[in-house]
Design a binder for this molecule. Sequence first.
Ligand code: FAD
Length: 295
Amino acid sequence: MSWPIPNYAIEKKPPEGELVDIMGGAARWEIKVHDHGLVALTDVMPRLAPAGKTADFAIVQAARVSYGAGTKQINEDRGLIRYLARHRHTTPFEMVEFKFHHVMPIFVARQWIRHRTANVNEYSARYSVVKDRFYHPGVEDVRKQSATNRQGGTEPMDSLTAKEFCDYLDEVEKSYEKYEKFIERGIAREIARIALPASVYTEWYWKIDLHNMFHFLSLRMDDHAQQEIRDYANAMFALIQPIVPIAAEAFIDYNFQSIHLTRLEVEAIKLSKPLASENKRENTEWDEKKKKLGL
Ligand SMILES: Cc1cc2nc3c(=O)[nH]c(=O)nc-3n(C[C@H](O)[C@H](O)[C@H](O)COP(=O)(O)OP(=O)(O)OC[C@H]3O[C@@H](n4cnc5c(N)ncnc54)[C@H](O)[C@@H]3O)c2cc1C
Protein backbone atom coordinates (compact mmCIF):
# COMPACT_ATOMS: atom_id res chain seq x y z
CA MET A 1 0.00 0.00 0.00
CA SER A 2 1.46 3.40 -0.93
CA TRP A 3 0.98 5.64 2.05
CA PRO A 4 3.08 8.71 2.91
CA ILE A 5 2.97 8.18 6.69
CA PRO A 6 6.04 6.32 8.07
CA ASN A 7 5.52 2.96 9.66
CA TYR A 8 5.48 4.13 13.29
CA ALA A 9 6.01 1.70 16.14
CA ILE A 10 2.96 2.30 18.35
CA GLU A 11 3.58 1.64 22.03
CA LYS A 12 0.46 0.33 23.74
CA LYS A 13 0.97 0.86 27.44
CA PRO A 14 -1.00 -0.98 30.12
CA PRO A 15 -2.91 1.09 32.71
CA GLU A 16 -1.16 1.77 36.00
CA GLY A 17 -3.97 0.13 37.98
CA GLU A 18 -7.43 -1.32 37.56
CA LEU A 19 -9.80 0.66 35.29
CA VAL A 20 -13.58 0.68 35.64
CA ASP A 21 -16.32 1.61 33.19
CA ILE A 22 -17.76 4.99 34.18
CA MET A 23 -21.23 3.92 32.97
CA GLY A 24 -21.07 0.59 34.82
CA GLY A 25 -21.12 -1.39 31.57
CA ALA A 26 -24.47 0.08 30.43
CA ALA A 27 -25.06 1.05 26.80
CA ARG A 28 -27.28 3.98 27.81
CA TRP A 29 -28.56 5.76 30.88
CA GLU A 30 -32.05 7.04 30.13
CA ILE A 31 -34.56 9.42 31.69
CA LYS A 32 -38.01 9.79 30.13
CA VAL A 33 -39.26 13.36 29.82
CA HIS A 34 -42.98 14.14 29.36
CA ASP A 35 -44.98 11.65 27.26
CA HIS A 36 -42.57 10.96 24.42
CA GLY A 37 -39.37 12.80 25.31
CA LEU A 38 -36.07 11.25 26.27
CA VAL A 39 -32.66 12.19 27.57
CA ALA A 40 -30.25 9.29 27.10
CA LEU A 41 -26.59 9.43 27.96
CA THR A 42 -24.94 7.19 25.40
CA ASP A 43 -21.24 7.75 26.04
CA VAL A 44 -18.76 9.61 28.17
CA MET A 45 -15.14 10.61 27.78
CA PRO A 46 -13.27 9.37 29.78
CA ARG A 47 -15.21 6.12 29.63
CA LEU A 48 -12.69 4.34 31.85
CA ALA A 49 -11.51 5.64 35.22
CA PRO A 50 -9.02 4.33 37.77
CA ALA A 51 -10.92 2.13 40.24
CA GLY A 52 -12.41 4.24 43.01
CA LYS A 53 -12.50 7.44 40.93
CA THR A 54 -15.17 9.18 38.89
CA ALA A 55 -14.72 11.03 35.60
CA ASP A 56 -13.72 14.02 37.76
CA PHE A 57 -10.25 12.48 37.57
CA ALA A 58 -9.86 13.71 33.96
CA ILE A 59 -10.31 17.33 35.11
CA VAL A 60 -7.64 16.93 37.76
CA GLN A 61 -5.34 15.05 35.38
CA ALA A 62 -5.47 17.93 32.89
CA ALA A 63 -5.10 20.63 35.54
CA ARG A 64 -2.03 18.93 37.01
CA VAL A 65 -0.25 18.37 33.69
CA SER A 66 1.90 21.43 34.25
CA TYR A 67 3.55 20.02 37.33
CA GLY A 68 3.04 16.34 36.74
CA ALA A 69 1.59 15.29 40.10
CA GLY A 70 -0.45 12.35 38.91
CA THR A 71 -1.94 10.58 41.90
CA LYS A 72 -3.41 12.60 44.74
CA GLN A 73 -5.96 11.88 47.38
CA ILE A 74 -9.65 12.31 46.48
CA ASN A 75 -10.05 15.20 48.95
CA GLU A 76 -7.19 17.06 47.24
CA ASP A 77 -8.84 16.43 43.87
CA ARG A 78 -12.04 17.95 45.26
CA GLY A 79 -10.20 21.02 46.51
CA LEU A 80 -8.53 21.52 43.14
CA ILE A 81 -11.77 21.12 41.15
CA ARG A 82 -13.56 23.57 43.42
CA TYR A 83 -10.67 26.03 43.08
CA LEU A 84 -10.78 25.73 39.27
CA ALA A 85 -14.56 26.28 39.29
CA ARG A 86 -14.36 29.30 41.60
CA HIS A 87 -11.66 30.95 39.53
CA ARG A 88 -13.19 30.08 36.16
CA HIS A 89 -10.19 28.02 35.02
CA THR A 90 -12.42 26.34 32.51
CA THR A 91 -10.24 24.33 30.14
CA PRO A 92 -9.71 21.31 32.47
CA PHE A 93 -13.51 20.89 32.47
CA GLU A 94 -13.39 20.56 28.69
CA MET A 95 -11.51 17.25 29.13
CA VAL A 96 -14.77 15.50 30.02
CA GLU A 97 -17.32 14.97 27.24
CA PHE A 98 -20.84 13.58 27.08
CA LYS A 99 -22.79 12.16 24.16
CA PHE A 100 -26.58 12.22 24.48
CA HIS A 101 -29.53 11.04 22.48
CA HIS A 102 -32.41 13.50 22.95
CA VAL A 103 -36.02 13.26 21.85
CA MET A 104 -37.88 16.55 22.24
CA PRO A 105 -40.59 18.69 20.64
CA ILE A 106 -39.44 21.07 17.91
CA PHE A 107 -40.27 24.17 19.98
CA VAL A 108 -37.84 22.91 22.64
CA ALA A 109 -35.19 21.97 20.05
CA ARG A 110 -35.55 25.48 18.58
CA GLN A 111 -34.33 26.99 21.89
CA TRP A 112 -31.77 24.27 22.47
CA ILE A 113 -30.01 24.63 19.12
CA ARG A 114 -29.01 28.21 20.00
CA HIS A 115 -26.23 26.63 22.07
CA ARG A 116 -23.51 26.54 19.49
CA THR A 117 -20.80 24.70 21.37
CA ALA A 118 -22.32 21.23 21.02
CA ASN A 119 -21.93 18.84 18.07
CA VAL A 120 -25.33 17.89 16.72
CA ASN A 121 -26.74 15.36 14.29
CA GLU A 122 -30.53 15.60 13.90
CA TYR A 123 -33.26 13.39 12.46
CA SER A 124 -33.95 14.42 8.87
CA ALA A 125 -37.60 15.12 8.09
CA ARG A 126 -36.57 15.46 4.44
CA TYR A 127 -35.16 11.95 4.33
CA SER A 128 -37.53 10.20 6.75
CA VAL A 129 -41.20 10.39 7.65
CA VAL A 130 -41.78 12.33 10.88
CA LYS A 131 -43.05 10.05 13.66
CA ASP A 132 -46.56 10.50 15.08
CA ARG A 133 -45.54 12.03 18.43
CA PHE A 134 -46.69 15.37 19.80
CA TYR A 135 -46.05 17.23 23.03
CA HIS A 136 -49.46 17.44 24.65
CA PRO A 137 -49.47 19.23 28.02
CA GLY A 138 -51.98 18.19 30.64
CA VAL A 139 -54.68 20.72 31.60
CA GLU A 140 -52.68 21.49 34.75
CA ASP A 141 -49.56 22.30 32.67
CA VAL A 142 -51.21 25.10 30.67
CA ARG A 143 -49.75 28.31 32.06
CA LYS A 144 -51.13 31.81 32.12
CA GLN A 145 -49.14 34.65 30.54
CA SER A 146 -47.29 36.56 33.28
CA ALA A 147 -48.19 40.25 33.64
CA THR A 148 -44.59 41.13 34.58
CA ASN A 149 -42.46 38.69 32.59
CA ARG A 150 -43.15 38.99 28.88
CA GLN A 151 -41.32 35.76 28.15
CA GLY A 152 -43.47 33.39 30.14
CA GLY A 153 -45.76 32.49 32.95
CA THR A 154 -45.78 30.22 35.96
CA GLU A 155 -49.37 30.47 37.23
CA PRO A 156 -51.85 27.87 35.98
CA MET A 157 -54.53 28.97 33.52
CA ASP A 158 -58.15 28.63 34.60
CA SER A 159 -59.14 25.02 34.05
CA LEU A 160 -61.94 25.67 31.54
CA THR A 161 -59.71 27.61 29.13
CA ALA A 162 -56.87 25.16 29.71
CA LYS A 163 -59.18 22.25 28.83
CA GLU A 164 -60.39 24.06 25.70
CA PHE A 165 -56.75 24.61 24.68
CA CYS A 166 -55.88 20.93 25.21
CA ASP A 167 -58.93 19.90 23.15
CA TYR A 168 -57.72 22.23 20.42
CA LEU A 169 -54.30 20.53 20.54
CA ASP A 170 -56.10 17.21 19.86
CA GLU A 171 -57.44 18.81 16.67
CA VAL A 172 -54.03 20.20 15.70
CA GLU A 173 -52.49 16.74 16.12
CA LYS A 174 -54.94 15.40 13.56
CA SER A 175 -52.77 17.25 11.01
CA TYR A 176 -50.61 14.09 11.16
CA GLU A 177 -53.22 12.07 9.26
CA LYS A 178 -53.24 14.67 6.49
CA TYR A 179 -49.42 14.77 6.50
CA GLU A 180 -49.28 11.00 6.00
CA LYS A 181 -51.92 11.11 3.27
CA PHE A 182 -50.11 13.82 1.30
CA ILE A 183 -46.87 11.83 1.54
CA GLU A 184 -48.72 8.76 0.21
CA ARG A 185 -49.92 10.91 -2.70
CA GLY A 186 -46.31 11.79 -3.53
CA ILE A 187 -45.64 15.17 -1.95
CA ALA A 188 -41.97 15.40 -0.94
CA ARG A 189 -41.40 14.84 2.77
CA GLU A 190 -39.48 18.14 2.95
CA ILE A 191 -42.66 20.00 1.91
CA ALA A 192 -45.24 17.81 3.62
CA ARG A 193 -43.61 18.41 7.03
CA ILE A 194 -44.54 22.09 7.00
CA ALA A 195 -48.12 21.02 7.77
CA LEU A 196 -47.02 19.75 11.21
CA PRO A 197 -47.08 21.90 14.37
CA ALA A 198 -44.05 22.87 16.50
CA SER A 199 -45.23 20.35 19.14
CA VAL A 200 -44.12 17.44 16.95
CA TYR A 201 -41.02 15.61 18.17
CA THR A 202 -37.57 15.58 16.65
CA GLU A 203 -34.46 13.78 17.89
CA TRP A 204 -30.73 14.18 17.74
CA TYR A 205 -27.38 13.05 19.01
CA TRP A 206 -25.72 15.86 20.93
CA LYS A 207 -22.13 15.89 22.16
CA ILE A 208 -20.69 18.53 24.46
CA ASP A 209 -17.84 19.03 26.90
CA LEU A 210 -18.43 19.61 30.59
CA HIS A 211 -17.52 23.30 30.58
CA ASN A 212 -20.05 24.09 27.86
CA MET A 213 -22.54 21.68 29.43
CA PHE A 214 -22.43 23.70 32.65
CA HIS A 215 -22.97 26.89 30.63
CA PHE A 216 -26.01 25.28 28.98
CA LEU A 217 -27.34 24.03 32.33
CA SER A 218 -26.83 27.39 34.04
CA LEU A 219 -29.11 28.99 31.45
CA ARG A 220 -31.62 26.19 30.91
CA MET A 221 -32.07 24.90 34.47
CA ASP A 222 -32.65 28.49 35.55
CA ASP A 223 -36.19 29.55 36.35
CA HIS A 224 -36.03 32.17 33.57
CA ALA A 225 -35.93 29.34 31.01
CA GLN A 226 -39.17 27.83 29.70
CA GLN A 227 -40.38 24.98 31.90
CA GLU A 228 -40.35 22.42 29.07
CA ILE A 229 -36.62 22.90 28.27
CA ARG A 230 -35.87 23.02 32.01
CA ASP A 231 -37.35 19.54 32.30
CA TYR A 232 -34.72 18.31 29.83
CA ALA A 233 -31.88 20.29 31.43
CA ASN A 234 -32.74 18.90 34.89
CA ALA A 235 -32.75 15.36 33.50
CA MET A 236 -29.33 15.94 31.94
CA PHE A 237 -27.95 17.24 35.21
CA ALA A 238 -29.32 14.15 36.97
CA LEU A 239 -27.49 11.94 34.46
CA ILE A 240 -24.10 13.67 34.64
CA GLN A 241 -24.09 14.26 38.40
CA PRO A 242 -23.02 10.68 39.30
CA ILE A 243 -20.40 10.75 36.52
CA VAL A 244 -18.70 13.95 37.75
CA PRO A 245 -20.05 14.41 41.30
CA ILE A 246 -17.31 16.76 42.46
CA ALA A 247 -17.55 19.07 39.43
CA ALA A 248 -21.36 18.97 39.58
CA GLU A 249 -21.32 20.04 43.22
CA ALA A 250 -18.88 22.85 42.40
CA PHE A 251 -21.16 23.96 39.54
CA ILE A 252 -24.13 24.24 41.92
CA ASP A 253 -22.08 26.02 44.60
CA TYR A 254 -20.13 28.48 42.47
CA ASN A 255 -22.29 28.93 39.42
CA PHE A 256 -25.91 27.80 39.48
CA GLN A 257 -26.80 28.84 43.01
CA SER A 258 -24.32 31.68 43.28
CA ILE A 259 -25.31 35.32 42.91
CA HIS A 260 -23.47 37.75 40.68
CA LEU A 261 -23.27 41.27 42.09
CA THR A 262 -22.77 44.35 39.91
CA ARG A 263 -20.58 47.27 40.98
CA LEU A 264 -23.70 49.27 41.83
CA GLU A 265 -25.03 46.44 43.98
CA VAL A 266 -21.72 46.12 45.85
CA GLU A 267 -21.82 49.88 46.50
CA ALA A 268 -25.42 49.67 47.71
CA ILE A 269 -24.44 46.96 50.24
CA LYS A 270 -21.26 48.77 51.36
CA LEU A 271 -22.96 52.13 51.85
CA SER A 272 -26.35 50.68 52.97
CA LYS A 273 -28.00 52.85 50.33
CA PRO A 274 -30.54 52.26 47.55
CA LEU A 275 -29.19 51.12 44.20
CA ALA A 276 -27.71 54.09 42.30
CA SER A 277 -29.78 53.37 39.19
CA GLU A 278 -33.11 54.69 37.97
CA ASN A 279 -33.61 51.72 35.69
CA LYS A 280 -36.77 49.93 36.84
CA ARG A 281 -35.70 46.49 35.68
CA GLU A 282 -32.27 46.79 37.31
CA ASN A 283 -33.98 47.75 40.56
CA THR A 284 -36.36 44.79 40.34
CA GLU A 285 -33.39 42.50 39.78
CA TRP A 286 -31.65 44.01 42.80
CA ASP A 287 -34.80 43.47 44.90
CA GLU A 288 -34.79 39.81 43.88
CA LYS A 289 -31.14 39.43 44.80
CA LYS A 290 -31.64 41.15 48.17
CA LYS A 291 -34.46 38.72 48.89
CA LYS A 292 -32.18 35.76 48.09
CA LEU A 293 -29.44 37.28 50.27
CA GLY A 294 -31.87 37.87 53.12
CA LEU A 295 -31.14 41.64 53.10
C1 FAD B 1 -34.19 32.59 29.28
C2 FAD B 1 -33.67 32.80 27.88
C3 FAD B 1 -34.34 33.63 27.02
C4 FAD B 1 -33.88 33.82 25.71
N1 FAD B 1 -34.57 34.64 24.85
C5 FAD B 1 -34.15 34.81 23.59
C6 FAD B 1 -34.85 35.65 22.67
O1 FAD B 1 -35.86 36.23 23.00
N2 FAD B 1 -34.36 35.76 21.41
C7 FAD B 1 -33.21 35.13 21.01
O2 FAD B 1 -32.82 35.28 19.86
N3 FAD B 1 -32.53 34.34 21.86
C8 FAD B 1 -32.95 34.17 23.12
N4 FAD B 1 -32.26 33.35 23.97
C9 FAD B 1 -31.05 32.69 23.47
C10 FAD B 1 -29.78 33.38 24.01
O3 FAD B 1 -29.68 34.71 23.54
C11 FAD B 1 -28.53 32.60 23.57
O4 FAD B 1 -28.47 32.55 22.17
C12 FAD B 1 -28.55 31.17 24.07
O5 FAD B 1 -28.87 31.14 25.43
C13 FAD B 1 -27.18 30.55 23.84
O6 FAD B 1 -26.29 31.17 24.73
P1 FAD B 1 -24.76 31.29 24.43
O7 FAD B 1 -24.52 32.01 23.15
O8 FAD B 1 -24.10 31.85 25.65
O9 FAD B 1 -24.40 29.73 24.34
P2 FAD B 1 -23.48 28.91 23.35
O10 FAD B 1 -23.85 29.10 21.94
O11 FAD B 1 -23.48 27.53 23.92
O12 FAD B 1 -22.07 29.52 23.54
C14 FAD B 1 -21.35 29.37 24.77
C15 FAD B 1 -20.38 30.53 24.87
O13 FAD B 1 -19.42 30.40 23.82
C16 FAD B 1 -19.10 31.66 23.31
N5 FAD B 1 -19.48 31.71 21.89
C17 FAD B 1 -20.11 30.74 21.18
N6 FAD B 1 -20.24 31.10 19.90
C18 FAD B 1 -19.70 32.34 19.81
C19 FAD B 1 -19.54 33.25 18.74
N7 FAD B 1 -19.93 32.98 17.51
N8 FAD B 1 -18.94 34.43 19.01
C20 FAD B 1 -18.52 34.73 20.24
N9 FAD B 1 -18.64 33.91 21.30
C21 FAD B 1 -19.22 32.72 21.07
C22 FAD B 1 -19.85 32.68 24.15
O14 FAD B 1 -19.03 33.08 25.22
C23 FAD B 1 -21.02 31.90 24.67
O15 FAD B 1 -21.55 32.41 25.87
C24 FAD B 1 -32.69 33.17 25.28
C25 FAD B 1 -32.01 32.33 26.17
C26 FAD B 1 -32.47 32.14 27.45
C27 FAD B 1 -31.72 31.21 28.37
